[in-house]
Design a binder for this molecule. Structure first.
Ligand code: SF4
Length: 294
C-alpha cells in the first residue's frame, strides 16, 4: 500500500494503476506452512508437477490487498496486467481450494481486468509443458470455463488472451499443428506469441544447448534452424492467406491430413471456393456464370 500511496502522489497520476503486480500476479505471500520442511526440501518447484502439500496457496492476502487498493480515495481503477498463474486457480490442479481461489478470481474478473485478461498456457503439448514445468493444457480448459462463467454471471465480455511459445525444446512441428487446431477449436485467434529465447538457469535452456534433458540425459528435439523455427511459428497464424500453402504442405508431409481440414478447410470457406471454382469452369465451357457487378 505504501507503493500505491507513492504512485498516487505522482504529479501525472490520473487515478489508474495499470498493473497491480506481484510474484506471478497471484502468488503474493505464498510460502511453506512449515519452514523446517522447506529448509530440507530439494524440490526444484513448489507447484510442479503437483502443488506441494506444504505450500500455503491461500489467495486471501492478495484479494484483501486488491480491495484495499480499490478503496484508496485516489484510485479510480487498478488493473492486473501481469500473468496470472491460472493453474493455481483450478481445483483439479490445486486441490487446496479453501474458497479463497474462487473469491480471488471473482475479484479479478469483476474489478481488475482491463478489457482482456492475459494468461500464459504457453503450449498444449504435455511433453513440452513438462519441460517448462507447467501443468497439462487440460487445466487451461478448466480455467477458461470458470473464467467464462464468472464473466457471464456478471454480464461482462472480457476475452482471455492466451500466450504461447513456439520452438521450445521438446516442441515439434506436429505439436505446433495440434496447438493451432486445439486453440482454434476453443475460438482463439492467437496474437500473444513468441519464439523460444534461452534464459539462464532453466531446464529448457540446458536442453537447448546440449540437446539432452539434464535430469534424464535423454535426447530432446529442439527446432534450431531458421527454417524449423519458421515452420513452428507459422502454425500460430493458420488464418493468414500467405501461410496456407506452407501449412498444407507441412501437414501433408507429416501425414496429418486430418489437421488440414481442421485448420485450413473451413466448411464455409471450402463451400465458397467450390462455388467460385464451379463458376470459373462454367465460364470456360461457355456457360453463363454469375454476372459481374458493375
Ligand atoms: S516444495 Fe514444498 S516443502 Fe519444498 S520449498 Fe516448496 S513449499 Fe517448501
Amino acid at each position: 500500500m505504501k507503493e500505491v500511496d507513492q504512485v498516487t502522489q505522482m504529479p501525472d497520476f490520473k487515478g489508474y494503476i495499470s498493473d497491480l503486480g506481484g510474484p506471478s500476479a497471484n502468488m503474493y505471500k505464498m510460502k511453506g506452512k512449515v519452514q523446517e520442511i522447506c529448509d530440507r526440501c530439494v524440490a526444484p518447484s513448489c507447484i510442479h508437477p503437483v502443488v506441494c502439500s506444504n505450500l500455503d496457496t491461500s489467495h486471501k492476502p492478495m484479494t484483501e490487498l486488491y480491495r484495499k487498493v480499490d478503496a484508496h480515495p485516489e484510485v479510480k481503477k487498478a488493473f492486473v496486467g501481469s500473468g496470472i498463474r491460472y493453474d493455481l486457480l483450478v481445483d483439479d490442479y490445486n486441490k487446496k481450494n479453501d474458497g479463497s481461489l474462487d473469491e480471488y478470481l471473482e475479484q479479478v474478473v469483476t474489478c481488475h481486468v482491463s478489457g482482456r485478461l492475459k494468461v500464459a498456457p504457453e503450449h498444449t503439448s504435455d511433453a513440452t509443458l513438462r519441460m517448462m514445468r507447467k501443468p497439462s493444457f487440460k487445466h487451461f480448459h478448466a480455467f477458461k470455463k470458470k473464467y467464462d462463467e464468472i464473466n457471464k454471471k456478471n454480464g461482462l465480455d472480457q476475452p482471455l488472451i492466451p500466450y504461447f511459445i513456439s520452438s521450445h525444446p521438446a516442441s515439434t512441428a506436429e505439436e505446433m499443428a495440434n496447438l493451432a487446431a486445439e486453440t482454434k477449436d476453443m475460438g482463439f485467434r492467437l496474437e500473444q506469441v513468441q519464439d523460444f529465447t534461452p534464459t539462464p538457469m532453466t531446464v529448457a535452456t540446458v536442453a537447448y544447448y546440449t540437446g539432452l534433458h539434464p535430469y534424464t540425459l535423454r535426447p530432446v528435439y529442439t527446432a534450431r534452424t531458421a527454417k524449423e523455427k519458421k515452420q513452428q511459428h507459422m502454425f500460430f497464424f493458420w488464418h493468414k492467406r500467405e501461410n496456407y500453402q506452407q501449412i498444407k504442405d507441412k501437414l501433408t508431409g507429416l501425414g496429418r491430413e486430418d489437421l488440414i481440414e481442421k485448420l485450413l478447410e473451413d466448411k464455409k470457406r471450402h463451400a465458397k471456393r467450390e462455388k467460385i471454382k464451379g463458376r470459373v469452369q462454367a465460364r470456360r465451357k461457355g456457360k453463363p456464370g454469375r454476372k459481374k457487378r458493375r
